[in-house]
Design a protein around this ligand. Structure first.
Ligand SMILES: Nc1nc2c(ncn2[C@@H]2O[C@H](COP(=O)(O)OP(=O)(O)OP(=O)(O)O)[C@@H](O)[C@H]2O)c(=O)[nH]1
Ligand SMILES: [Mg+2]
Length: 465
């Protein structure tokens, strides 16, 4: 079964720009201070609900969505430019989940609702930012933080005011086509409609959105048949139009079956105002007579039932008028409150390393290497620019301060063992005197092919420790 109301896409925030190492060189300034600017921040990924879009089908063609990286810092303390944000437009009613964890990260209900999904990577600091009383001429700068990437799953929950429900073949799609501009699939066998159709109905200068809810049948609330998927769509409608086929032998049984399903699925949905359409009265004399009897029966229950023919349109205008009256009687939807409530229901998307300490890590080893796993230490390593010896020394310092060095030594890491932190791999050495550090840094720099940078290289080993 193909379903067009879900999609899976890849989003990535922009990487932060690299910080620069530069020194002031001006006539009459004898000892120029550090003058390297910070990198700009990467662009963020935003989602925005737009009523001009009514399905997720377009995301089949466009799967990857990336925000712009930040610019690198320049000399004269020039800050790199911030990367442009990327906004992904989705139809109102889209629920966005982290596809790995299943966690809901945004609910895009009202038109215009805009939300940041992933923050951009932070710009790396240039050497001007590293100046201290002790080190007046730092030769150190950071890489920008990598922008987070994520696969997200989107599901379109219809935002329809009116849900058309009924057993298969009752005439739901025919009714939707009759009242609105929609062109649903209509055929003389059950389950023609497997994707909910939406139709916009204009009445008295007001707009109502009708949804043709397909495939409701007994057992649907337990996930049997097609029903369960679509029952979810009924949730957000405000009024139900229940279509009955008067040519059927057991109209009342069918009515009860659907009511039971809805009630089992969600009692709250069962509480929504319901209007009954006694359909197909044009089909035969019997159907017309039966319709009038049924109308009486419903009246006894206090239910407003309309005799209609979705096919030739008789009674349909009155049905729409009654539907509008039922809608108008309900309190208006407070979309802003809904958006606030939705936001309160979930946590904010934070950078993985935010709020984490460098000392929050664990050591995992296998025959290949010792892995140091911790969001903050991984970010630190990723942002280290190995081109500068001072960065390398700072790295060695951080390994000591955070307790990583001690943990690796206790775990049995020995001379020449492989250490992996995030995407970077190192060779372990217990000798961490400055001279030894410098030798190993220099050896690796010389080894590096000319013209390459270390950015993004997975296996550029360094001695450290
Ligand atoms: N005579 C007559 N036939 C109708 C009427 N309404 C629908 N039909 C016919 O009934 C059959 C089913 O109609 P649909 O509108 O596809 O029914 P549905 O409820 O959407 O069915 P599913 O999508 O399969 O659940 C089609 O052959 C329609 O032409 C009506 O008012 N009179
Ligand atoms: Mg249908």
């Amino acid at each position: 079964m193909r379903c067009f109301d879900t999609a899976k896409i890849y989003v990535k925030a922009g990487d932060g720009g690299r910080g620069m190492v530069a020194f002031r060189r001006e006539a009459f300034v004898a000892q120029g201070g550090p003058y390297g600017g910070n990198g700009g921040n990467g662009g963020a990924i935003y989602f925005e609900a737009d009523e001009g879009i009514n399905s997720l089908v377009g995301f089949r063609k466009k799967v990857h969505h990336r925000a712009e990286p930040g610019g690198n810092g320049g000399g004269k303390k020039m800050q790199g430019s911030d990367g442009r944000d990327r906004t992904v437009l989705v139809p109102p009613g889209t629920v966005v989940r982290n596809s790995q964890t299943g966690e809901v990260i945004a609910e895009m209900f009202a038109h215009g609702h805009r939300e940041m999904i992933i923050p951009g990577g932070r710009g790396g600091r240039g050497n001007a930012s590293f100046k201290t009383a002790k080190n007046k001429a730092p030769q150190i700068a950071e890489n920008g933080e990598e922008g987070m990437e994520m696969w997200v799953e989107m599901e379109l929950r219809l935002v329809a005011d009116v849900g058309i429900i009924g057993v298969p073949n009752a005439g739901k799609s025919t009714l939707l086509a009759g009242v609105s501009n929609a062109k649903p699939k209509i055929a003389d066998y059950p389950f023609t409609t497997i994707v909910p159709n939406l139709g916009v109905v204009e009445r008295d200068y007001a707009r109502m959105v009708f949804a043709d809810i397909p495939g409701l049948l007994e057992g649907a609330s337990e996930g049997i048949g097609l029903g369960f998927e679509f029952l979810r769509h009924v949730k957000r409608t405000r009024v139900l139009v229940h279509v009955l086929d008067c040519t059927s032998k057991d109209v009342m049984d069918e009515y009860e079956a659907i009511r039971n399903e809805i009630h089992l699925f969600d009692p709250e949905v069962g509480e929504k105002p319901e209007i009954v359409a006694l359909n197909k009265v044009d089909a035969s004399e019997e159907a017309a007579t039966r319709a009038l009897e049924l109308q009486e029966e419903f009246r006894d229950f206090g239910i407003d039932a309309h005799v209609v023919s979705a096919l030739d349109g008789s009674g349909v205008a009155e049905l729409v008028t009654a539907t509008k009256k039922a809608l108008d009687a309900l309190p208006p939807v407070d979309y802003e409150a809904e958006a606030r409530a939705a936001e309160a229901r979930r946590g904010t998307v934070a950078r993985a390393a935010d709020g984490k300490e460098l000392s929050d890590f664990e050591i995992v080893d296998d025959p290949y290497a010792f892995y140091v796993k911790g969001a903050a230490i991984e970010r630190f390593v990723q942002m280290t620019n190995w081109d500068y010896f001072e960065s390398f020394k700072r790295f060695a310092q951080v390994l000591k301060m955070s307790g990583v060095e001690q943990a690796l030594n206790s775990a049995g890491a020995g001379e020449g063992d492989r250490i992996v932190i995030g995407k970077y791999e190192f060779e372990w050495s217990r000798d961490n005197r400055t001279g030894a550090l410098y030798e190993s840094w220099k050896a690796k720099m010389d080894e590096k092919p000319a013209g390459t940078t270390q950015q993004g290289s997975r296996h550029w080993p360094h001695a450290a420790g």
